[in-house]
Design a binder for this molecule. Structure first.
Ligand SMILES: Cc1ncc(COP(=O)(O)O)c(C=O)c1O
Length: 411
């Protein structure tokens, strides 16, 4: 049996037979290997690697990252709860995001997180007020908007003036000066995140250079920083992208940070888990339309939004021993939307009952899944060598409907 029919040592067909489809399958060894690449490339800088929970927030995945020594980058109180439940270290957890609620800030302060990545002046004031009430000092870093074009899909580009993220470059010094007057804040760092699925190193380096100009200006105002956080990681290969070389990235960062006493932090998500996961799905029907062929599968846009949302490409492999001939088709799900597609105009050999693997679905796949069309979210499995573990049970309809059923009596 060729290797592409297996995840590590386990045939995909065996996983589908045991757990059903749609099914997310993750390789633990590939996750570890992806983290090792960062650790080795950046070894001389001893960075704190804070896995971006939003990429894939399954508790068992978080536990695996925690055991490997990672910190976490969270964007909600819910994600903090996950980190705590998974046994992650809140002292290595940083809290990003433009809209932190009072309750989330209080929760994070009570759990002594490493740092708040603050995105606006009102957020600074809010954190200060809550820290005052709790008798705490809140460690903060300001997320700056470096106004750098990350050359990625507009929906995942975050470092431009027009984006909602970060503090405008020209307002940064004033924002730090305000922070310095707030008695329940401790300024510890500076950060930025210019976007996701970055296929070019130069915007990352440009953003770092622009941040270092600010670090120097802040020092002139007697504001000394302890850490610098470069945000998310590099892009991954979905099709034929040229992705940045981590060693080259690390070398450039090391050169710029040499002779500076700044702890480096990184918040990679996609590049730690994206290529380590796939979505298994069964072909329900082959349909010949008037203009197009359709391979209708049991996974849909609610399981994998990326093609509909970003026109993203995912490779698809037939992992059954199919006898079908190749043809060109759209691979679509059962959802009642024309936008429900997993691939367009794809050359594929498939017949009803075949098992397909949608590749590179470890990141921003399950974590973006929904119950649209009252579809239960799929199960997740983690494979390690010859072992496999269910890490999320498939949802069922009674669970899905319970919150509404409880309220039905009131009508
Ligand atoms: C603040 C922040 N940090 C880190 C990440 C992770 O980025 P990536 O998955 O590209 O590594 C994101 C995702 O967009 C983010 O918004």
């Amino acid at each position: 049996m060729t290797d592409y029919l297996k995840c590590e040592q386990i045939p995909y067909s065996a996983l589908a037979a045991e757990y059903g489809t749609p099914l997310y399958v993750y390789s633990q060894q590939e996750i570890t290997a992806a983290l090792n690449q960062y650790q080795q490339a950046f070894a001389s800088l001893q960075p704190l690697i804070c896995y971006a929970v939003k990429a894939n927030s399954n508790l068992s995945i978080l536990r695996h990252f925690a055991r490997l020594g990672c910190g976490f980058d969270i964007v909600s109180g819910g994600e903090l709860q996950r980190v705590i439940m998974a046994g992650g270290d809140t002292g290595k957890t940083i809290f990003s995001g433009v809209g932190k609620s009072s309750a989330e800030i209080e929760f994070a302060l009570n759990n002594n997180i490493r740092c708040f990545n603050v995105e606006s002046l009102p957020e600074l004031e809010r954190i200060n007020t809550i820290a005052d009430r709790l008798g705490k000092i809140a460690p903060i870093s300001l997320r700056i908007n470096p106004d750098v074009n990350a050359h990625t899909h507009p929906y995942i580009s975050t470092g431009l003036k027009a984006n909602k993220f970060g503090i405008a470059y020209h307002d940064v010094i004033k924002a730090y000066q305000l922070a310095a007057t707030l008695p329940h804040l401790k300024i510890t760092g500076i950060d930025c995140h210019i976007g996701s699925q970055l296929t070019d190193l130069s915007p990352l380096i440009e953003a770092l250079e622009r941040m270092l100009l600010l670090v120097d200006k802040l020092a002139e105002h007697n504001i000394e920083l302890e850490h610098i956080d470069l945000g998310g990681g590099v892009g991954i290969v979905y099709q034929n992208e040229n992705v940045p070389d981590l060693a080259a990235y690390a070398t450039a960062v090391a050169r710029l940070l040499s002779k500076r006493n700044l702890q480096l932090m990184l918040e990679p998500g996609r590049s730690l888990i994206g290529n380590a996961g796939g979505l298994l799905t069964t072909v329900e029907y082959i349909k010949q339309g008037e203009e197009k062929n359709f391979v209708i599968v049991d996974a849909a846009m609610n399981d994998l939004m990326r093609p509909s949302l970003y026109q993203a490409y995912h490779g698809i492999l037939n992992v059954s021993s199919t006898t079908a001939n190749e043809f060109v088709a759209d691979v679509v799900g059962p959802i009642c939307e024309t936008g429900d597609f997993l691939a367009k105009d794809r050359t594929i050999a498939a017949t009803a009952g075949d098992l397909l693997l949608i590749q590179n679905a470890g990141a921003y796949a399950f974590s973006m899944a929904s119950n649209y069309n009252t579809r239960c979210r799929a199960a997740e499995v983690l494979v390690n060598g010859t072992e496999h573990h269910l890490i999320r049970q498939r949802e069922n309809l009674p669970e899905l409907l319970a919150n509404e059923q409880n309220c039905l009596k009131a009508i």
